[in-house]
Ligand binder design. Sequence first.
Ligand code: CP
Ligand code: NVA
Length: 295
Amino acid sequence: MVRHLLEIDDLTPEELLAVFDLAESERPPQVLAGKGMALIFEKPSARTRNSMEMAVVELGGHPVTIRPDEIGIDVRESAEDIARTLACYHGAIGARVYAHDKVERMASVASVPVVNMLSDAAHPLQALADVLTMRQQLGGLAGRIVAWVGDANNVARSLAIACGMADMEFRIAAPVGYCFDDNDLDRIRTSGIEPVLADTPEDAVAGAHVVYTDVWTSMGQEAERRERLDAFSAYTVDATLMAAVADGGIFMHCLPAHPGEEVTREVLDGAHARIWQQAENRMHAARGLLAFLLS
Ligand code: CP
Ligand code: NVA
């Protein structure tokens, strides 16, 4: 059976640990030897493109990165026909898309694994790298508290589900209108977690082991930027907020960051920050995931 990763819980909690072992392995199996991986991007990317390309190389394969104008998902041809075509040449397909259903439709017909490299709904590769980073930095996962401050977006959704899979607590402080809706909450609860909806950033971060934030305006929401700046103005992660974390607590951000908006430069450059460990782990986690899916 072909395995895909469209959301982080396409892995079981046990498989998540197996992926971590492969991510930390110094001798990754050469599962892509002599094969390619097609990497389709409808949106910009620094970390995802480069970490995926290098993960493919480390597994013996050849990455082929494809720009949106070159392939035109559902414009030049359907997502399904693109997936069928690329599966003729490649051992796996990755796609970064706006509408999540595009990766679902690709996976529904592809004879090779399809990996969601970020959609408007989910960012499972980020959650994978982040939970791996938390395990390395905190010495374990179960019982640790993750406090999300800001927009309940794609990264937040996947991270909340990953926290459920790892028996962690997930709290979120978001302005009215920008928190998880009932559908999101029901989806997240399937991982076994009950997200804590905090009234304020201060309530969310008190005693937390991880404070996490992301941009207030995600890719595709640029027209809302002005109103989002107003709505989120009390949600900047600053040094005062970070002073309330548990002993050994850390700050995380998927990047790219907008210093002075969702987080101050002081926190990004400060002692709590683990943002570069996260960025590096994107490559190790991607390598572990592909080795697992293709083994
Ligand atoms: N965190 C992340 O996915 O970064 P890019 O958008 O640069 O790939
Ligand atoms: N939430 C952000 C994440 C970027 C990695 C976005 O979707 O633009």
